[in-house]
Every structure is written in C-alpha cells, then in structure tokens.
Design a protein around this ligand. Structure first.
Ligand code: ATP
Length: 205
C-alpha cells in the first residue's frame, strides 16, 4: 500500500450553524488537514475573479459593496427569497468551487502523506446536496436540534427569526443528513460533550 492510499478522506457536513467549523477546529487540533468549503467559496468570488464578473452580469452591480467586493449578505437575501435565483447562483459558482476544492484536496493529501495522522477533512455544507459522498471514506454529520441551531444562527449572523428559518429550510433537513451519515456528532450541548465525541471518533478512525 502506498502512502497516498493510506490517507483517510473525511467529509464533514451538517446544516447551517450546526457547528461544522467548531468540529473542524477540534479535528485540526488532532492533526487532520482541514479544508474549509466556506473559505474556498469566498476565494472564488474575490474582486477580479471570473466568477464575480459573471455574478455581476447575472444579478447586476447591486450585489457589489462600495469597494467592489461581493455583498454576500445582500446576495443571500436575494437568493434565499427566490429558488430560481438560488439555482442560477449555484450554476455560476459550482464549477469554480469544485475546481478549487479538487486543487486544495490534492495539496492536503500530499501534506497528510508526510504526517503522523494521514487524515484529510473536507468541511463542506453541501456534500449530500452535491452528491459527493463517493469521494470520502466516511461522512460525519454535525447535528444539533433545530431549536438550538436557530438560536445560534440568529445570534451569530444577527438574523431575525424568519430570515434564519428561511436559510435553514433552504437546505436538506439535518435529521435526513444524520440518517445518511456514517458518524453523527451531536453538538446540541456544551463544547465539552462535543470534544468527547470527537475524541471517540478519532480513536476509532
Ligand atoms: P455554517 O455552516 O453556517 O458556517 P457551522 O456549521 O460552521 O456554520 P459554527 O460556526 O461552528 O457552525 O457554529 C455556529 C455558532 O454556534 C457559532 O457562533 C459557534 O460559536 C456556536 N457554537 C458552535 N458549537 C457550540 C457549542 N457546542 N456550544 C455553544 N455554542 C456553539
């Protein structure tokens, strides 16, 4: 077996504000190479990028801030209120996102090869929605109850309850994702309990 084939590929997913970033940080502290889908999603729409030009053509210059960056919050309001616009956004953004994700996975795999913990974690909200589970050895879903998630989302993003509910309902229900997962980490309670579950997952890995 060569070193590359020993690497475990973990898909880390969940729902908006369920705690993926939090769990990804705990896995990074264990020594995993972690790739954040959120960070890539920001990179591909940097000023000057082809994707940002395409978005402006599709949605108009109203989606730009005064300093010509993507106004993510305004674009979010537009697309979460209209499924056709959401589909349009997905069509424009997905190819670049996939290409950059593949690029970063290759780099992370080479890094993992030389490390004592050959594990690559891809933290991405849409693993199931994008039918990507075949790329991973295990899929971990970070779960929280809907009530906890709603409260955390409203507090983190300063959203009203209807706006937070709209974002939650635009995704597959978290209970469906949990049923599809190989492993579930329940992040509904304090961080200490989440840490214990991450420790257990890591030992079994
Ligand atoms: P998104 O996919 O929307 O970016 P996420 O799944 O990465 O979200 P986090 O950003 O990790 O979720 O967590 C959402 C919010 O809940 C954050 O403000 C975070 O600090 C808080 N949080 C996460 N886990 C816990 C916990 N166990 N106890 C209390 N607060 C938590």
């Amino acid at each position: 077996m060569n070193a590359l084939s020993r690497i475990k590929m973990i898909g880390l997913t969940g729902g908006i504000a369920s705690g993926q970033t939090t769990v990804a940080q705990l896995l990074a502290a264990k020594g995993a190479q972690v790739i954040h889908g959120d960070v890539i999603a920001r990179q591909v729409v940097e000023p000057g990028s082809v994707v940002l030009d395409q978005l402006v053509q599709a949605f108009g210059a109203r989606i730009l801030t005064a300093d010509n960056r993507l106004d993510r919050s305004y674009l979010g309001q537009l697309v979460f209120a209209d499924p056709a616009l959401k589909r349009k956004l997905d069509q424009l953004i997905r190819p670049a996102l996939r290409a950059e994700l593949c690029n970063q996975i290759q780099i992370a795999r080479w890094r993992a090869c030389g490390s004592q913990t050959p594990v690559v974690v891809v933290d991405a909200a849409l693993i199931f929605e994008w039918h990507s589970r075949q790329f991973f050895d295990r899929i971990v879903v970070v779960y929280t109850t809907d009530e906890v998630r709603l409260n955390r989302l409203m507090a983190r993003d300063q959203l009203s309850q209807p706006a937070a509910l709209q974002r939650i309902s635009a995704q597959l229900p978290l209970s469906v994702k949990a049923d599809l997962a190989d492993d579930v980490i329940d992040n509904s309670n304090g961080l200490e309990l989440t840490q214990q579950q991450v420790d257990y997952f890591w030992r079994r890995l």
